[in-house]
Design a protein around this ligand. Structure first.
Ligand code: MN
Length: 355
């Protein structure tokens, strides 16, 4: 069941159904989307730490590995990667009475994990809770809080834990929780500069800093921890960026060969996309990455009222208005052609509509 959006910060009463579910859980499994990011991971370790302080058994099981610059979050709570061959993760899912999906609102975003969660759920008393801030949620969990006003899932988890703390008369934002949530907030707001960075977000960040998050240390850990390989990929990538003749669209295709040559991994591409939008005339930036299995991962970024989630949606993807993505089954050449046609078509359509 999806709780209809409030469109603003929720209060204690409004968080009540969510709190009840969390407080009733004894064996809790937390997860997030494939190719996890700072928001999903920071929210997971923060929530895990808070729930453990309430005496609950908590494990974090993710569909894909933790990017190297977020590995330090393991100090707050252990993050496991799901492996269908290992009995451990499957055992924990079958023992769980509550699974919480953070920072995603589609079951397929959990990858292989969903099949096991669904199986355990059909067998008996397993609840699924979802806390997220992306557009277009799919109604699949027992309870879904999907608030697109929120800058990050971390902001929602902060509100939830603050309300829960007030409800049970206990401070839940410990220094560890504050660190995790600060990572979530900082990364999903692009270090407090993306459109949803409201005055409230700065107040939350301030509170987290006063409760033990060190902004300088966290920024350094997350953003200044590149490997030399990533810098090499960045160098190659920057020289390959293309712009359309009118300068409104920038795009870049990263092949497996490019990744291999520079010795870098897929998540190193995260640092590249911001350069695609750094040219003033650009309204839509498109980053396409060839995956090892031949498919193509597409990320869109945009400025102002150009809502790129509309393009991603055409190919089964989604996300936010100014940051969205999808996965194409096509090999590189076709993928580039299809995506660039879709972008051109989308911009032409907007012109016709007078936007
Ligand atoms: Mn997020």
């Amino acid at each position: 069941m999806i709780i209809s959006e409030f469109g603003r910060t929720l209060g204690v009463e409004e968080w009540k159904p969510c709190m009840d579910m969390l407080l009733a859980g004894r064996h809790v499994v937390l997860t997030t989307h494939m190719n996890s990011d700072g928001d999903g991971l920071g929210s997971e370790v923060a929530l895990a730490s808070a729930l453990r302080s309430l005496g609950k058994e908590v494990s974090i099981i993710n569909p894909t590995e933790v990017p190297s610059n977020y590995v330090f979050l393991n100090e707050i709570a252990d993050i496991q990667v799901f492996d269908a061959k290992s009995e451990d993760a499957i055992g924990e899912i079958s023992l769980a009475d509550l699974v919480v999906l953070l920072d995603a609102n589609l079951r397929e975003r959990m990858g292989e994990i969903w099949r096991h969660v669904n199986f355990a759920r059909e067998l008996g008393a397993l609840n699924v809770l979802c806390i997220d801030h992306h557009l277009d949620p799919e109604d699949f969990a027992d309870l879904m809080v999907c608030e697109t006003y929120a800058s990050s899932t971390g902001e929602l988890v902060y509100d939830l834990l603050t309300s829960m703390g007030a409800h049970i008369g206990r401070e839940l934002i410990t220094p560890d929780v504050a660190r995790g949530l600060y990572v979530a907030l900082m990364t999903d707001t692009g270090s407090f500069r993306f459109p949803k960075t409201t005055p409230y977000v700065y107040r939350v960040a301030g509170d987290l800093v006063s409760k033990g998050a060190d902004p300088n240390e966290i920024y350094d850990l997350v953003y200044n921890s590149l490997k030399p390989e990533s810098l090499r990929l960045l160098g190659t990538a920057l020289s390959e960026i293309r712009l359309t003749a009118d300068g409104t669209v920038s795009w870049l295709f990263i092949s497996q060969e490019m990744l291999k040559k520079t010795g870098s991994k897929l998540f190193d591409t995260d640092i590249i996309i911001k350069y695609l939008l750094s040219v003033k005339s650009v309204r839509i930036a498109v980053l396409m990455v060839e995956l090892p299995d031949g498919r193509t991962k597409v990320s869109f970024r945009s400025r102002g009222d150009v809502y790129v989630n509309e393009i991603a949606k055409q190919y089964g993807g989604g996300g936010h208005k100014n940051a969205a993505g999808c996965l194409l089954q096509y090999a590189p050449e076709k993928a580039v052609r299809v995506v660039m046609d879709a972008v051109r078509h989308f911009l032409n359509g907007r012109e016709v509509a007078g936007k």
